[in-house]
Structure formats: structure tokens, C-alpha cells
Design a protein around this ligand. Structure first.
Ligand code: NAD
Length: 260
């Protein structure tokens, strides 16, 4: 379905980004992977995705907390492939603390990666998409782009910002073959959430699985984690022709979190 398309998925060496990059490769898109990790493991992942799905897969290790690096990654993609069709702004980090205790450097780091990188990536990709007359911006926001939680000020501010930025992107591209949407996942059991489960287990003197159930019970009525594969399916839908008039909106994949 996506043969001939070129997709950049930020933060795709792990978790949700990897699920989305895999789903795009399955649909025949060439993919640019990005994110941190062990160089050997990343190269093995790159080679496996390319071989299994018969597509080109490149790795760009840009640190997206720096605006120039985000723009350069998009430029590198266009230089290599001659185009960029799909940009998934997914890379993100979390830090939890009360507002009055929130370290300033952590606030800046969360805003830089979770919000400003979305701006820089979109700014660099949109001129190419406009020239092509086709493009998809898919921003991975969160249930926290729609509702708040205590101790997550920077994350909730950034994700609400991403939802707003998505709407502006959609308005500035409407009718030009380009759509911009945000996916708002609930809990997905990735390294980002595993750290929060561990903290909960330590606080409650309980084991990891009991803490995982408690985490779900607090927010997610389905009491089941969302999977990276399910989010890959959502992203493939947004990239499809069926979604050509879906723009400027959010799709919640959250087991009912934001329904109550
Ligand atoms: P993860 O920690 O598994 O993956 C994060 C990815 O981002 C990794 O590939 C990491 O290497 C990369 N990354 C981190 N810092 C980077 C930087 N400076 N430059 C480039 N890449 C960097 O996390 P995840 O849970 O898969 O989260 C992915 C996105 O989904 C984030 O934006 C997160 O906020 C969002 N999200 C996650 C959940 C969840 O429950 N896991 C829920 C809602 C939204």
C-alpha cells in the first residue's frame, strides 16, 4: 500500500516508533530509523527490517533535542531518497515531579524533544510535501495531550502543545494533499513506561506485575496495555488514501482512558 513512499519515524529504535516503522516497512515504504541505543543492535534491526520486507531502511542517529539536528535529518532524507512522504514525530521522554520541584533542565529537555522537535521536523518536511502535493504528518501525542495528570507538567504541556500544533499544521496544508494528525495513546508497555512501573513498585513495596496492574487500574478502563503493533496499524491508516480527509484531529488509542 505504501510502496514508493519514504517515511521518517523519529525515536524508532524502541517502543512505539519501532512498531510504526515496522508497520510502514510491511506496507512497502522505505524507512528512516532514528533514536539512541547500541550501534550493533540498531544495525541488526535496520538490516532485518530491510531484508524481511524488501525495502530500503536507513538509520540516522540525530539527537532531536537540537532543532538544527532535526532539520538536518529531514534534509539528509531528501538528499538520499529525493523525497519525504511521511513524517512521524514520535521521539519523546518523560520526567515526573511536582511543579515546584521540577528541575529546570528536565523541563527544557522534555519541551525540546516532545514539542520543539515536532515543530522543527514539520517545518523542514512541509516544503517538500507541498512541492510533491502529498504528505502525512503523524504526531505521537498522548492521552496526556487531552487530559492532565499530577507530576507530569512538562510532558502534559508538551503533548497539549503537540495537539495544538497538529491543528495549525492541518490548517496550513488543507487541500494540498497533506494531512496532519495526532495519535493519543494510553499506556503502552515500553521502556518509557517500564520505568514508571518500577517506581510504583518501589513506592508500594510490591512486584513489577502488581505495579503494572495498578498503573492500568488508575487510568485505563480496559486494564490492557496498548501495543506498538496496534499503533503501527493506526499510523498506516492515517497514511492511507482512506484517511485523505482526516486532518487536524486526534485519534485516541487508550483503552477508554479519556472516555471518562
Ligand atoms: P521509548 O523510550 O520506548 O522510545 C523512545 C524513543 O525515542 C527511543 O527510540 C529513543 O532512543 C528515542 N529518543 C530519546 N531521546 C531522543 C533524542 N534526544 N533524539 C532522538 N531520539 C531520541 O518510548 P515510547 O513509549 O515508545 O514513546 C514514544 C512516544 O510515544 C513518546 O513521544 C511518548 O511520549 C509517546 N507515548 C508513550 C506512551 C506509553 O505509554 N509508552 C503513551 C502515550 C504516548
Amino acid at each position: 500500500m505504501l510502496k514508493g513512499k519514504v517515511a521518517v519515524v523519529t525515536g524508532s529504535t524502541s517502543g512505539i516508533g519501532l512498531g510504526i516503522a515496522t508497520a510502514f516497512a510491511q506496507q512497502g515504504a522505505d524507512v528512516v530509523l532514528n533514536g539512541f541505543g547500541d550501534a550493533g543492535e540498531i544495525e541488526a534491526l535496520r538490516a532485518r527490517l530491510a531484508e524481511e520486507h524488501g525495502v530500503k531502511v536507513l538509520y540516522d542517529g540525530a539527537d532531536l533535542s537540537k532543532g538544527e539536528a532535526v532539520r538536518q535529518m529531514v534534509a539528509n532524507t531528501v538528499q538520499t531518497f529525493g523525497r519525504i512522504d511521511i513524517l512521524v514525530n514520535n521521539a519523546g521522554i518523560q520526567h515526573t515531579a511536582l511543579i515546584e520541584d521540577f528541575p529546570i533542565d528536565k523541563w527544557d529537555a522534555v519541551i525540546a524533544l516532545n514539542l520543539s522537535a515536532v515543530f522543527h521536523g514539520s517545518a523542514a518536511a512541509l516544503p517538500h510535501m507541498k512541492k510533491q502535493g502529498w504528505g502525512r504528518i503523524i504526531n505521537i501525542a498522548s492521552a496526556h495531550g487531552l487530559v492532565g495528570s499530577a507530576q507530569k507538567s512538562a510532558y502534559v504541556a508538551a503533548k497539549h502543545g503537540v495537539v495544538g500544533l497538529t491543528k495549525v499544521t492541518a490548517l496550513e496544508t488543507a487541500g494540498q494533499g497533506i494531512t496532519a494528525n495526532a495519535i493519543c495513546p494510553g499506556w503502552v508497555r515500553t521502556p518509557l513506561v517500564e520505568k514508571q512501573i518500577t517506581a510504583l513498585a518501589e513506592r508500594g513495596h510490591t512486584d513489577q506485575e502488581a505495579a503494572a496492574r495498578e498503573l492500568l487500574g488508575e487510568k485505563q478502563p480496559s486494564l490492557q496495555f496498548v501495543t506498538p503493533e496496534q499503533l503501527g496499524g493506526t499510523a498506516v491508516y492515517l497514511a492511507s488514501e482512506a484517511a485523505a480527509q482526516v486532518t487536524g484531529t486526534t485519534i485516541s488509542v487508550d483503552g477508554g482512558w479519556t472516555a471518562r
